[in-house]
Design a binder for this molecule. Structure first.
Ligand code: NAD
Ligand code: UDP
Ligand code: UDP
Length: 330
């Protein structure tokens, strides 16, 4: 009998994973962080390394893993387009082979497992806002497919283990989330704009900037994860977790410029292939089943994130955080 629940967090050294590990430790749980440090970093978890209830295991989940834990949060997978397109075969592998291994682990131990799925399963959606019942509009052979189809196949595997082996599964469909510890040069829009504004570089608008996204602050999302993991056994999801406040990319750029007092100009870059035109979650299922909804407005979340990058720039210099625009030429 263990006094503390032993939680495995795959991808625990990444942006979301590090916040989840921190939160689980605050809740007096024992955390096994499983990460191959592909996009994650020790810097994200440096404050946790001295905690005796925290353990970092360097491991690639596409290989089998035999450990003893009580719950698994499966987050391992590069999340930004630049990183997941860098080695697309590995991206599919982590979603397919990695999920099979983690599901096999959960099956052997008869424990709960939560999957970090994504709004990308909806692709470039015809339904707006997106409900969990919508099947999506996804290109199976494009540059984003390794991620989108990989995540869709992972959902399939989770539901097959649920039906075939009565596994206790939870599937979260995460919409664009931002906050401190985002990878400074992973090319995602919030980190790009903030770093560009703070370093007086032009703000890169892909396409006409009228495409929309709905941005969720990381603390809100982690609360959603915890509630989902603790939800009654019959509730599997998939459940959307995201902030329904929708903004155009131009609106986001204006906010960042205003909040940083930056003089950076806006410049146009080509819209990447298969870039969704709009995205906004319908969160009524999460509200009903988990009593969850985001609390942090974009303005507040951006302030915390700007403070984080400002601090990072002061300690590491601008080279360490130069934004990446590789995606615009992908
Ligand atoms: P991230 O890249 O910061 O974190 C991913 C972590 O997984 C990294 O620490 C990386 O080193 C690790 N990893 C990658 N391949 C691995 C492997 N084979 N074995 C072990 N570890 C491996 O990304 P994030 O934003 O923290 O995303 C975490 C999860 O949430 C991902 O599954 C992502 O698809 C999902 N998600 C994130 C968002 C978002 O807006 N951040 C949106 C939708 C879904
Ligand atoms: N697996 C693992 N850890 C475990 C149990 C299984 O990594 O504790 C892996 C195992 O290598 C297998 C995969 O999970 O390839 C799927 O396991 P499952 O029992 O579902 O399938 P089977 O072993 O019957 O193919
Ligand atoms: N984007 C942009 N400039 C950037 C980075 C991204 O205009 O420097 C746009 C991108 O084309 C997309 C949106 O911002 O329409 C969100 O991009 P991100 O990569 O953050 O997330 P995703 O496309 O996966 O939702």
């Amino acid at each position: 009998m263990h006094l503390r629940k032993r939680c495995a967090v795959t991808g625990g050294a990444g942006f979301l994973g590090s916040h989840l590990c921190e939160r689980l430790l605050k809740e007096q749980q024992d955390v096994l962080c499983i990460d191959n440090l592909y996009t994650g970093s020790k810097r994200n978890i440096v404050d946790l390394l001295n905690n005796p209830y925290f353990e970092l295991m360097r491991h690639d989940i596409t290989y089998p893993l035999y450990v003893e834990v009580d719950e698994i949060y499966n987050l391992a997978c590069p999340a930004s387009p630049i990183h997941y397109q860098n080695d697309p075969v590995q991206t599919t592998k982590v979603n397919v082979h990695g999920s099979i291994n983690m599901l096999g682990l959960a099956k052997r131990l008869k424990i709960k497992i939560m999957q970090a799925s994504t709004s990308e399963v909806y692709g470039n959606p015809f339904e707006h806002p997106q409900k969990e019942t919508y099947w999506g509009n996804v290109n199976p052979i494009g540059p984003r497919s390794c991620y989108d189809e990989g995540k869709r196949c992972a959902e399939t595997l989770f539901f097959d283990y649920y039906r075939q082996h009565a596994l206790d599964i939870k599937v979260a469909r995460i919409f664009n989330t931002y906050g401190p510890r985002m990878h400074p040069n992973d090319g995602r829009v919030v980190s790009n704009f903030i770093v560009q504004a703070l370093t007086a570089q032009p703000i890169t608008i892909y396409g006409d900037g009228k495409q929309t996204r709905s941005f969720c602050y990381v603390d809100d999302l982690i609360e959603g994860f915890i509630r989902l993991m603790n939800s009654p056994k019959g509730f599997t999801g998939p459940v959307n977790l995201g902030n329904p406040s929708e903004f155009t990319i131009l609106e986001l750029a204006d906010m960042v410029i205003e909040m940083t007092g930056s003089k950076s100009p806006l410049i146009r870059k080509p819209l990447p292939q298969d870039d969704p035109v709009k995205r906004k979650p319908d969160i009524s299922l999460a509200q009903e089943k988990l009593g969850w909804q985001p609390k942090v407005p974009l303005q507040q979340g951006l302030k915390n994130t700007i403070d984080y990058f400002d601090d990072l720039l002061r300690t590491n210099g601008s080279e360490a955080v130069s934004p990446t625009n590789a995606r615009s030429v992908a």
